[in-house]
Design a protein around this ligand. Structure first.
Ligand code: SAM
Ligand code: SF4
Length: 423
């Protein structure tokens, strides 16, 4: 039996694409191996959002050079955001890689599969794994039209393209029939869903449609862009029983001049007003965000405004990254990367420490309360799953609870997770 090895870094979209390929290969008779050296096909799914991620991918690629030399029969494939239109450059840099395809470039993957003697992928196919996870990712919109000045994604993933609403519903129904209980709808700007489709449905319409699927317990979506969060969508989150009260809403910075230079399209005040509206309409909503520190020209005062906003809004979760200049982007072409690595790191650590305190307080408030957990996994002998607000919860039980909703009384809290006992 042939074997495959898939290595993935980066966003949930990459994870979803890797799952797609893994499922395809399993149906084509392959089995998975954890060891690249034992595989017939090695696929790397890459991320280049920050230099650090790209360096990891390049290291991984270099580590496969010797393998290809000793086993010329092996196929090494590369996808993800390292693959852009300049494939010839990549071929020159990494001649031991046999196949390059851009994210979602399934026609290229399909041609390779056929040349390898495997069935090709049919156009528009949305295969559903035999045993899908309890909580499954479903990409609903690819690409991004926003061109934030620091971000390489639009150059690598192309224009925004929404999937047909009926096709998405079909895929979710199939997942649910095979055991999935929760879906997370994915997009770089998930709330821009539908704008490019002829009948112009929006995310609220899609959520209302999916909400009626019997057997589906929960629906999540990410990542939302503040400029696309409509009152209709916020109302839908409040009204539809399966939509989880959790919104991932990157702010990126708290200073208006930095936000402008980032080309984010909103001010810190507008963001704050949006959050007030969300919290009024969806009580107990959990909010997570992304922040970039050390953007070109960011002063201590400007950074302090970001920290101030984090303290005012009190997010449940914040992903903080130091600015990393990326080729092709407007910021890397026009602005000097003038904040030193030390300052970036100091700012990152400061914001992180701040958020650590906030998350500690938010999570401590759960002590003694009973939460509803969708059980997704078993780790180190404990069941684990998430609340509707995306809190990770661990608890012990002898019962078989996979895929079930469990009531758990919280008796231990950390900034990252909760622990409890079955109520
Ligand atoms: N579409 C989402 C949005 O609008 O924020 C997120 C997509 S982006 C791939 C994920 C996160 O990576 C961003 O929210 C941003 O914080 C971070 N990021 C993107 N480009 C970056 C860069 N050049 N340097 C540092 N962080 C970056
Ligand atoms: Fe990148 Fe901005 Fe698009 Fe998000 S919205 S993917 S940060 S360009």
């Amino acid at each position: 039996m042939k074997r495959y090895h898939i290595w993935t870094i980066g966003c949930q979209m990459n994870k979803a694409d890797s799952d797609f390929v893994a499922d395809y290969l399993q149906r084509a008779g392959f089995s998975e191996t954890e060891i690249a050296g034992e595989a017939d096909l090695v696929l790397l799914n890459s991320c280049v959002v920050r230099e650090h991620a790209e360096a990891k991918v390049v290291n991984k690629l270099r580590s496969l050079k010797g393998l290809k030399r000793s086993r010329p029969d092996i196929t090494i494939a590369l996808t993800g955001c390292l693959v852009d239109s300049r494939i010839d450059d990549l071929k020159e840099r990494f001649p031991w890689v046999d196949l390059f395809f851009r994210p979602q470039q399934w026609d290229v993957f399909s041609d390779w599969a056929e040349s390898y003697g495997l069935p090709g992928l049919t156009q528009g196919e949305t295969p559903v794994p035999q045993n899908p996870p309890v909580s499954a990712y479903v990409p609903i919109i690819q690409g991004c039209d926003s061109f934030c000045s620091y971000c390489v994604v639009p150059y690598r993933r192309g224009r925004a393209r929404s999937r047909d609403l009926v096709e998405i519903r079909c895929q979710v129904e199939n997942l649910v029939q095979r055991g999935t209980k929760e879906v997370t709808l994915l997009g770089q700007i998930v709330d821009a869903y539908g704008r490019d489709l002829p009948s112009k449905p929006d995310l609220a319409d899609l959520l209302a449609d999916l909400n009626s699927i019997k057997g589906l317990l929960r629906i999540r979506f990410l990542t939302s862009h503040p400029s696309f969060m409509s009152p209709k969508l916020i109302q839908a989150i409040a009204d539809l029983d399966k939509i989880c009260e959790h919104i991932s809403l990157p702010i990126q910075a708290g200073d208006n001049d930095i936000l402008k230079a980032m080309k984010r399209g909103y001010t810190a005040e507008e963001y704050g007003t949006l959050v007030e509206h969300i919290r009024r309409t969806v009580p107990d909503v959990a909010l997570s965000t992304d922040v970039i520190v050390g953007f070109p020209g960011e002063t201590d005062e400007q950074f302090a405004r970001t920290v101030e906003v984090l303290c005012q809004i009190r997010f449940d979760k914040v992903h903080i990254a130091g600015y990393s200049p990326r080729p092709q982007t407007a910021a890397s072409r026009n602005l000097e990367d003038d904040v030193t690595p030390e300052t970036k790191e100091a700012r990152r650590a400061h914001a992180e420490a701040m958020q650590h305190e906030i998350a500690t307080e938010i999570n401590a408030a759960f002590l003694g309360s009973t939460v509803e957990v969708l059980v997704e996994d078993k780790k180190k002998g404990k069941w684990c799953g998430r609340t509707r607000g995306d809190k990770l919860v661990f608890f012990a039980s002898e019962a078989s609870l996979m895929g079930q909703l469990a009531k758990v009384r919280i008796d231990k809290a950390s900034p990252f997770a909760l622990q409890g006992t079955l109520a």
